[in-house]
Design a protein around this ligand. Structure first.
Ligand SMILES: C[S@@+](CC[C@H](N)C(=O)[O-])C[C@H]1O[C@@H](n2cnc3c(N)ncnc32)[C@H](O)[C@@H]1O
Length: 203
């Protein structure tokens, strides 16, 4: 994700959107905070890039970790944090707000035996995307349009893997009304990781 942003954000454009047209960004599932902190750093270097940057995670431990990393990276607490299961606890005031939404989700299929027999541990949230690996992504996609500012240009970026049920995910993406582009594919360790970009086309 960050490699792509490094190559496709410059002093004028965030990918293909003008920097000054971006006023609100969300890093969903922020974990260590790495994506939000990267964007915060870019913001500190570019006077025409001045969005509010939100970072959310289901785990309070992730929020604590991201806040700590933000401090260690010497950015003086400007990221706005939300602890929420996807968009469930987002305030209504954030509806129809975001131009850029980024999610590196848990996308690997659950191990069925573990799913049935053991309660989910907190750390499982980092990788366990549901039995097919796509359930969290689909739940995210069902709600994300409500939080996009559809009066302006917008992009949703998310990661998927050839280890999850990509055909079924593709069908859902189309049924939910998104234009879908696969930007990059990288083979890492045991999987092909895909960077996806979506736009919601109200129909
Ligand atoms: C693969 S990690 C990505 C972490 C970080 N964004 C990165 O790219 O390194 C997935 C993150 O999503 C969070 N997460 C999992 N399920 C979530 C949910 N339902 N709502 C919000 N965050 C969730 C996890 O806690 C974890 O921090």
């Amino acid at each position: 994700m960050i490699d792509y942003f490094r190559r496709n954000i410059d002093n004028t454009f965030f990918d293909r959107i003008k920097l000054e047209d971006i006023d609100t960004i969300l890093d969903m599932g922020t974990g260590t905070g790495i994506i939000a902190i990267f964007l915060q750093h870019f913001k500190s270097l570019n006077s025409n890039f001045n969005p509010r940057i939100f970072a959310s995670d289901i785990l309070k431990e992730s929020i604590k970790c991201a806040k700590n990393n933000e401090r260690l990276n010497q950015s003086s607490s400007k990221i706005i944090y939300l602890q929420s299961d996807l968009f469930l606890s987002f305030p209504k005031s954030l509806r129809s707000t975001f131009n850029i939404i980024i999610f590196n989700p848990p996308y690997l299929p659950s191990l069925p035996k573990i799913e049935e027999q053991l309660p989910k541990k907190k750390i499982d949230h980092s990788w366990d995307g549901g039995l097919k690996g796509i359930e969290i992504i689909i739940d995210f996609l069902k709600d994300v349009k409500n939080f996009l500012n559809l009066n302006k240009a917008h992009y949703i970026y998310f990661i998927s893997s050839n280890r999850c049920k990509l055909d079924e995910l593709e069908t859902q993406i189309i049924n939910l009304g998104f234009k879908h582009e696969k930007l990059e594919k990288t083979h890492i360790f045991f999987e092909d990781i895909i960077l996806n970009r979506l736009q919601y086309i109200p129909g």
